[in-house]
Design a protein. Sequence first.
Length: 536
Amino acid sequence: MKIHTDVIRVYKDVHTWVGVISGLALFIAFYAGAITMFETPLQRWASPPVELAAPPLEDAPRLIEATIAAHPAAAHYYQIISEPSPEAPARMIWRAGRRDDATFYASSFAEDGSLQVIRHEPAKVAQFIDVLHQQVGLPFDHEVAMPITGAIALMYGLALVSGVIILLPTLAQDLFAMRFGKNLKRMWLDVHNVLGVLSLPFHIIMALTAVVFAFHDQFYDVQNHINYDDQLSAMFSLDKPQQMAPPPGASALSPAQLIARVSEQAPTFKVSALEYSMRDGVRGIRVIGSDPRYGHRAPTYGFANLDPYTGEIISTDYFPGRQDGWFATVTGFFTLHFGSFGGASVRWGYFLLGLGGAFLFYSGNLLWIESRRKIEKRGGPTEQRRSAHVMANLTIGVTAGCIAGVSLTIAAAKWLPGRVENVGAWHTGVYYTAFLAALAWAFLRGAARASRELLIACAIATLAIPLSSFCAALGVPPAWNHGGGSLLIDITALVGAAVFWRLASIAHARAVAGRRDSVWSSAAHSNETLTCSNLS
């Protein structure tokens, strides 16, 4: 395909600058997003054990009655868990309010028949990493960060379009031409192009859905005003329990009966919980679970309202397999973004695509740096542009800071409970302390030296994850171990630590023996330091 040279030049400029501006934020979003593909195993790994024996599901009515009698606030909102697990370790879980961090578990009766309830704070690390992904690493309130995320997603989409236009004229001969050698710019360009083209459908999905998520409220406000005469809110009653007129002489079904009725109507739907809520004197019941044949509106589950007296599934707008065309289409966007379809194989694919996306943005910054490299001349060293050094330091500091920060805050999940008051605030503090420290170190030491040192730090931080589990296996308090269900996190972290250690070795070799006219050379950093000293 032939495109005029001037057009290609314009799109190259667009692609370069929107990529440079948004690339580092997108690295954080994709790296954290890759980890969220295993949110459930991570939540299990990070959840401290709770010593409560779950009564049989058939005894749930007695447990509910006793709990509400002792704690009336529980009547407003509680869940009955079908199969308790480390991340949901009680038969009944309730909160004073939906947004209240205080969570209470009621799961068993003492020998004397008295109710046993404990206050417990669930692990916050999976939630923190998800927010980090949503807000591209910005430490702002959600309402402030999301419009910025939306703007970055728009630049991301523009970078995709401009990148495809740039590559079209030479797509056939350049797509699989991996030219390794001394020409670093050409090598990084080939890697960047192959990653971008082969994962283009994935990136188009991520860009479109990210814009929709970021400007979700604004889209609905416009739609509400233009199409629905400001009546859209009245059309949505998801969070409002529906008033059900009880049949004469009928009583509400028990949790076990409700789950059995759901299984009869949707045999492949696996129920994880029943959610009870009370508003304005109206009782609502919602079933939560998953169906491997369909995508889900939430990252790991779908849901539907139930008739408390018959167990009939009603209001199926968010129930997998029962949605109409419009809701199924909207759910498709959520499903494609979350990777909540196809089981473990799709999640592993999204995990690898997420890491590949992070590397795509990293390689884009390397291309920008290499394109501004001055070729060394005879007779002396070449002074590098200040902008190249600044971008190299930023690239190393942000990427290594994100990796080390995420690893350390995951490892901290085994040690923080029981030692600090606000676990969620500590996860935030651990991440941003590591992130800012890496960024400062990169500017202090320069990209050439800091790349090796920070990659070693990433390896050590990631190794701290399985080491925490190992300490738990040895009985070191307060760490704990949930056994084989947590092994996936530890093995993945071990592989990651080995990769970062190997990359540190490569970075060191490049700094010592690489081209002296590169910002990644130790000699180039020495020249920069000498120049700064002379200027002062």
